[in-house]
Design a protein around this ligand. Structure first.
Ligand code: ZN
Length: 335
């Protein structure tokens, strides 16, 4: 593994390499970007590069020395990765970090702390971290990794160097998948790379989930059969079926979101380039003619709210009933 193996993040890596070359490394960074875009891999590679015993002329880690090896295996005494326990990063975790950070590195130049999913820090944990970030020891580097920056305390953000990680193009994702898997068919790689929505992590998840495509086919068949105004008498039987899938609800909602997002894109632009369900163009085209723009936006808005409802544990049956009512456009038919 080296910086070269990280796909589609040339800009972020250039910024980090420049700071290494010019010896202007910050004491704290925020790596921000969608899940699965290579933030953690880059943080570990950066840790290697900072501490490598034989870096090459272009400021890259050798990958072979003892330090590189230990950091790659994440068993270096000078690398600590902090992650949420259950759903949050708690003050005890940051207190422990504060205690440890006072001790000099065990054998490396720099002591590195990577706080993964930093947006999950509780307010107490954030305030505790702020104290360290305000007065960091000269030998420590803290990297916060997050998918959104707005939940991070502004007082923390203002003291960190921000490095943005952009979405990865479907072309690069496809190349990556094909290079990694000799047996993968091109067509399947194409579909996965579009469904992954700019995230290599997502693409790898879809590729390794043996049942994903079976489930997707079921859900898309179900969505294909739904048309505005045709809701018949069996609404509740259909909702019942969706409720029975409640355990996998997040994945299914994402399929539904992409479906309606695709229809809206075709309706508004006619452009197929950004369609995620690129193997379903014909049916998406038909649907784009029967759904009004307002209905599509309404469904997509509701799906966005659903994420919040699920986090707040609102009754799933109620959420899905309302979603179904929106998908068949009952509200519009009754007006
Ligand atoms: Zn090395």
């Amino acid at each position: 593994m080296s910086f070269k193996d990280i796909v589609g993040q040339e800009r972020a890596i250039k910024i980090l390499k420049k700071s290494l070359k010019e010896n202007k490394i910050s004491s704290s960074y925020i790596f921000v970007g969608s899940e699965g875009t290579g933030k953690k891999l880059t943080a570990i590679e950066f840790t290697k590069t900072v501490n490598c015993l034989n870096p090459n002329k272009s400021s890259e880690a050798c990958g072979d020395c003892q330090s590189c090896n230990e950091i790659s295996k994440q068993c270096s005494p000078d690398l600590k990765i902090i992650e949420p326990i259950k759903s949050s990063i708690k003050i005890e975790q940051i207190r422990e970090m504060r205690k440890e950070i006072g001790l000099k590195p065990f054998k490396n130049k720099k002591k590195m702390y990577i706080i993964d999913k930093a947006e999950k820090m509780t307010l107490e944990a954030s305030n505790c971290l702020l104290k360290t970030i305000e007065e960091p020891p000269y030998y420590a580097i803290i990297i916060l990794i997050c998918s959104r920056i707005d939940p991070i305390l502004p007082t923390i953000v203002s003291r960190c160097q921000i490095v943005n990680f952009g979405l990865i193009s479907s072309y690069k994702t496809k190349e990556f998948l094909l290079n990694k898997n000799n047996n993968l068919e091109k067509e399947k790689a194409e579909i996965i790379s579009k469904l992954a929505q700019g995230s290599i992590g997502n693409a790898l998840k879809l590729l390794s989930d043996k049942e994903y495509f079976i489930r997707r086919e079921e859900v898309l068949n179900y969505l294909s059969a739904i048309s505005p105004g045709k809701y018949g008498d069996d609404i509740f039987a259909k909702v019942e079926k969706m409720v029975s899938e409640v355990d996998r609800i997040e994945g299914i909602l994402e399929m539904i979101r992409l479906w309606y997002r695709d229809i809206l894109i075709i309706k508004n632009t006619g452009n197929q380039k950004y369609i995620a369900n690129c193997d379903k163009l014909e049916i998406l085209g038909k649907k784009s003619q029967i759904y009004s723009q307002k209905m599509l936006i309404d469904i997509l808005d509701y799906l966005e709210q659903v994420e919040e409802y699920l986090m707040k544990n609102v009754n799933k049956r109620l959420i899905l009933e309302r979603l179904y009512i929106k998908m068949v456009g009952v509200e519009y038919c009754l007006k």
